[in-house]
Design a protein around this ligand. Structure first.
Ligand code: NAD
Length: 260
């Protein structure tokens, strides 16, 4: 049902972004892939989108913590897909764990740029064509940490709360235009970002990786990690007609963490 639509998923060379891009492509959307990675793996990834889903797929790189790279990404995307972006998934992000006293200012600034300013900038750049078509979906990948806090993650939690605010502000401003804006708020998902945290915890405490992993998942009443496909299918739902009046919302997929 997404055949002919164009999805731009930032940070889709791996992890959650790739999972979301795959689910959208499986419903027929053409995809713009973005993120870091070596050329060979990226070429393989793009080819797999084309052959697995029979859609158009293009990689457009750039460091999205830099405003000029964000502008260039949008420009290139529209060159490849002149009808414009229909589905914008602001997903690129990273974690930094540190006490407030030791939290480097440059890391804070980079987090705000990538995880808050870039979703704003891309929403701005994609808005005209979405409004003209009377249909658009903006999905900001926030986190449970867009709603609750944990220690030693000031930058991440501030950016993720910020993007929930951005989501509401954009949603009410463009309501009635056919463009919706929602946040997807996962609990812990087993991606490289999560694996690094479990490894760091194991190293710091002299425990095994599995023990570190289980410690992190303690906060999920389900004790289970969120799967990539769960998130991708949630985005497909937001793009379906069921999502027509869903806007300004957070869809929290967390095994019960925030409810606890
Ligand atoms: P990941 O590290 O597996 O993937 C991150 C993606 O973003 C990669 O494609 C990477 O190349 C790209 N990226 C990073 N910095 C970039 C930059 N400056 N410019 C362009 N691309 C950049 O991480 P993930 O776990 O898949 O996380 C994706 C999103 O989901 C992030 O916003 C993260 O905060 C959020 N999230 C993750 C979890 C989790 O448990 N993994 C939970 C909640 C929210």
């Amino acid at each position: 049902f997404l055949s002919g639509r164009v999805a731009l998923v930032t940070g889709s060379t791996g992890g959650i972004g790739e999972g979301i891009a795959r689910c959208l492509a499986s419903r027929g959307a053409n995809v713009v892939i973005n993120g870091f990675g070596d050329e060979q793996s990226i070429n393989k990834l793009v080819e797999s989108f084309k052959s697995d889903y029979n859609v158009e797929a293009e990689f457009i790189g750039g460091d999205l913590s830099k405003a000029e790279d964000v502008t260039a990404l949008h420009k290139e995307a529209v060159k490849s897909f002149p009808s414009g972006i229909d589905i914008l998934v602001n997903n690129a992000g990273f974690q930094h764990v540190s006490s407030i006293e030791k939290f480097p200012m440059d890391v804070w600034n980079k987090m705000m740029a990538l995880m808050l300013s870039t979703p704003f900038q891309l929403s701005q750049l994609c808005m005209d064509s979405m409004k003209e078509k009377g249909w658009g979906r903006i999905i900001n990948v926030s986190s449970c940490h867009g709603h609750i806090a944990s220690p030693n993650k000031t930058g991440y939690i501030s950016a993720k709360h910020g993007v929930v605010g951005l989501t509401k502000a954009v949603a009410v401003e463009v309501a009635g235009s056919g463009v919706t804006c929602n946040a997807l708020c996962p609990g812990y998902v087993e991606t490289p970002l999560f694996i690094k945290q479990a490894e760091d915890r194991a190293k710091a405490q002299g425990i095994t990786y599995d023990e570190g992993r289980a410690q992190i998942l303690q906060v999920h009443p389900s004790k289970e990690a969120v799967q990539l496909n769960d998130l991708g299918e949630a985005v497909v739902f937001m793009c379906s007609s069921a999502g027509n009046q869903m806007t300004g919302q957070s869809l929290i997929l967390d095994g019960g963490w925030v409810a606890n």
